[in-house]
Design a protein around this ligand. Structure first.
Ligand SMILES: NCCC[C@@H](N)C(=O)NCCCC[C@H](N)C(=O)O
Length: 259
């Protein structure tokens, strides 16, 4: 899994503002509205304990401060512990955190100490970005393309199947594709079918995974993937709206899902 870099997290508030405006334009709701409908919850100034974790590749310079910005943006009472790891965990609980946010190199979790609910970033991110794609008001059918069936893509595809969309998906890893066909009943996307989509959920760590023959002239691409799966020239040639932001939208989904 590709790890965030401090550069990915620069100008987070600008990235959020731009993406929230796009989401509102193409779905009719902003991130708060979609998360509220998706989970049936709303923030109630819960105390969020943000714990830096030093394992593996170590602490990412502006990761904790980015989480603090996100907590405050959604009306929550966030704080970053003075110490990392276990000492930080003890500090967060002692200071009355209702929800703990912490991430190592493999898992990023939100754990609500009051109701026991726990969310992982990869599932919450897959679900919210798939949900955004599926709410495209100008969609011409219930057909939706999912590119990438790893932890994030699979979670998004499962969510779309549950919502009754016709999910077509592709992944270079044949085992991932087979698993999704068997377990979710999705249809493998075949380029030869020349089928085009007005809704695309892209969840790969690769650039330029979206090709011209995949999309309709008017299309919404929703992706947490870094780097961007939409080639800029295709985005310019067609009327494509792109929702792509590295952290805030996925963390909002995590927090709303454990409230
Ligand atoms: N959609 C967001 C996906 C984040 C994930 N790909 C990642 O970089 N995880 C590593 C986070 C490491 C945080 C570090 N341990 C710290 O606490 O600063």
């Amino acid at each position: 899994m590709a790890l965030l870099t401090p550069q990915d997290l620069e100008n987070l508030s600008v990235q959020l503002e731009e993406n929230d405006a796009t989401i509102k334009k193409v779905t009719g709701l902003d991130v708060r509205g979609i998360c509220g409908e998706l989970y049936g919850t709303k923030p109630d100034s819960q105390k969020i304990g943000i714990i830096p974790i030093s394992s593996g590749e170590g602490i990412i310079g502006n990761f904790a401060s980015s989480l603090l910005f996100i907590a405050q943006y959604f009306g929550l009472n966030g704080f970053i512990t003075e110490h990392p790891d276990i000492t930080g965990y003890y500090e967060a609980v002692s200071q009355g955190a209702d929800i703990i946010l912490m991430a190592d190199d493999h898992m990023f979790v939100a754990h609500n100490l009051r109701n026991g609910r726990i969310a992982s970033n990869h599932v919450a991110t897959g679900v919210i970005y798939a949900e955004i794609a599926s709410r495209f008001r100008e969609a011409t059918s219930k057909d939706i393309l999912v590119i990438g069936l790893g932890r994030v893509g699979y979670a998004g595809a499962a969510h779309l199947v549950r919502k009754g969309f016709n999910v077509y998906a592709c992944d270079p890893n044949r085992a991932f594709l087979e698993k999704a066909v068997q377990e979710l009943g999705i249809s493998p996307y075949c380029r030869e079918d020349r089928k085009r989509f007005s809704m695309v959920f892209e969840a790969t760590p690769n650039p330029d995974t979206i090709s011209e023959g995949m999309i309709e002239e008017r299309c919404l691409v929703s992706t947490p993937g870094i780097p961007c799966g939409l080639p800029p020239e295709i985005g310019r040639k067609y009327r494509v709206d792109l929702v792509m932001e590295p952290l805030v939208i996925g963390v909002a989904s995590m927090l709303y899902s454990v409230m």
